[in-house]
Write a protein that binds this ligand. Structure first.
Ligand SMILES: NC(=O)c1ccc[n+]([C@@H]2O[C@H](COP(=O)([O-])OP(=O)(O)OC[C@H]3O[C@@H](n4cnc5c(N)ncnc54)[C@H](O)[C@@H]3O)[C@@H](O)[C@H]2O)c1
Length: 462
């Protein structure tokens, strides 16, 4: 049977008289079936004609709903978008014998084999500092594999995390030219670089695959594992961006050894977030090994990690807990998100004092305040509050900032309310490593929590 035979187009008689009166409006749903390159619809519940050769039939997960009313026909497209991306730990990513950087994103062995026979081409964006430290290794790596490449080194700072940066990357990508399907863009750097490149890749030819190689602790455990990218806009943090995951993230902790100590604390802020929200064991690891992790910059002894190595266990747990929360909600349709902890007041604060606070520092100040909110409501005990604050201090994270006034907090909460469907949706700890979302935190509670926070941790507290 020819595919077209199944098309059931409702009659259009060219008159103002309704084809189907409102009272008799019809609603149907169709599945989409591909027969010899042509998609056709088959009403749901009806059998696919047996005359179609089975091996030539593809059934899509997409569906088309059709409603015929007196004013016309309306179609509803339901098309699940499927994303698959890898987050891969690897050692010595830049050793030419390690093929992860070039081929680690693939999962089809045949495609991999075919790919290895071709000359590879890669466009690489690197944070300027990272390029100074690791650029020559990257060049040697590509040269060892006869790769045609270009490295674009850029100052990627919070202050220039803007659409101009993205447009600059796009112009260079365009000049270089690449095969959108087989030549992923590679980004090496901290969260700023990864976010800007991710946005550029999502725009170039509507979506070009890209790979993230995080080189700071914060980007290793946080900015590189989810789907989000973005840049600042109109002095608002990450106001433009998209949900476009990379095809792969390659994690090599050795990059972290060259970041300054303050940047280690910065990343520890995001690890602590996951610990406070959902993993007491991770919190205890941070309590116990925080100083050691700061001193050793997350490097394992002799470069080899054993299972009990705190650098390995803390980063793994942070990523695992993060992926558990992100994967079912990649597009953030569900606004009740535990991963928003520390991100309610901090965007306002971070942008206001830019560049005085690093991202993880602003996040920690937000979390310190929310610890007092939780305590004020009676969700956590005084001992749990004190342990949390002590852990933050051991990780050398700020627990207070003068600019974080009650006025700023109220403004940020107002914004939160406005952008979260008229609900506060505050993630708050209910113990060490457990949390829930709250909508009913009163202004009185915020005020008294602020007073307690200021008295205990503020500038003039003893
Ligand atoms: N997309 C997401 O889901 C997500 C999540 C969390 C944070 N972020 C974003 O990430 C950004 C913060 O990322 P960040 O903390 O990595 O900051 P960053 O990208 O600004 O990097 C921090 C500094 O470290 C330097 N650097 C990077 N790697 C280095 C290395 N190996 N050795 C020496 N110096 C190195 C950089 O030059 C920079 O000066 C923020 O803009 C935040 O919005 C995004």
């Amino acid at each position: 049977m020819p595919a077209g035979d199944l098309l059931t187009i409702p009659p259009v008689r060219g008159s103002t008289k309704p084809d189907v009166p409102e009272s008799r409006s019809k609603q149907k749903e169709y599945q989409l079936v591909q027969v010899k390159n042509t998609w056709c619809r088959v009403e749901c519940g009806q059998e696919i004609p047996t005359t179609w050769e089975e091996d030539q039939v593809v059934v899509s997960q997409a569906k088309i709903g059709e409603q015929v009313t007196e004013s016309g026909v309306s179609w509803t497209v339901k098309a699940p978008i499927y994303f698959c991306y890898k987050v891969v730990e690897t050692l010595n990513l830049l050793n030419p014998r390690n093929k992860t950087l070039l081929y680690g994103h693939g999962s089809d062995p045949q495609e991999l084999e075919d790919n290895q026979k071709k000359t590879q081409k890669r466009f690489v964006v690197m944070d300027a500092t990272v390029e100074q430290l690791y650029g020559s290794k990257v060049r040697k790596y590509f040269e060892a594999h006869n790769v045609i490449y270009k490295i674009l080194a850029l100052e990627t700072t919070e202050e220039n995390k803007s659409i101009d940066l993205v447009l600059h990357i796009l112009e260079e990508v365009h000049k270089f030219g690449l095969d959108r399907r087989t030549e992923p863009i590679i980004a090496f750097g901290g969260g700023v670089c990864l976010d800007a490149v991710g946005l550029a890749a999502s725009l170039y030819r509507r979506r070009t695959p890209y790979i993230r190689v995080p080189t700071t602790l914060l980007s290793y455990v946080d900015a590189s594992v989810g789907a989000k990218n973005g840049v600042n806009f109109c002095n608002c943090k990450n106001k433009i961006g998209s949900y476009t995951p990379p095809i792969a993230t390659f994690l090599d902790r050795s990059f972290i050894q060259t970041i300054p100590r303050r940047q280690i604390s910065n990343g520890l802020g995001e690890i602590l977030k996951m610990a406070l929200m959902k993993h007491k064991g991770l919190f205890e690891l941070l309590e116990k090994h925080g100083k050691y992790l700061l001193d050793t910059k997350f490097q394992s002894r002799n470069g080899h990690a054993c299972r009990s190595d705190p650098a390995l266990t803390t980063t793994r747990l942070a990523i695992q807990t993060m992926l558990e929360e992100l994967a079912p909600n990649l597009w953030e349709d569900d606004l009740d998100r535990l991963v928003d902890y520390g991100h309610v007041i901090s965007p306002e604060l971070e942008m206001k004092v830019l560049p005085a606070l690093l991202h993880g520092e602003a996040v920690n100040i937000d979390m310190a305040f929310m610890t007092y909110v939780s305590h004020e409501i009676g969700l956590i005990t005084s001992e749990e509050k004190d342990r949390t604050v002590q852990c933050m201090r051991n990780l050398e994270l700020p627990v207070w900032h003068n600019v974080c006034s009650l006025q700023l907090i109220k403004k940020a909460l107002g914004e939160r309310f406005k952008h979260s469907g008229g609900k506060l949706r505050l993630p708050l700890p209910t113990g060490l490593g457990t949390a829930e979302i709250f909508n009913d935190v009163s202004e009185e509670t915020i005020k008294s929590a602020f007073a307690a926070w200021r008295d205990e941790l503020g500038e003039f507290s003893t």
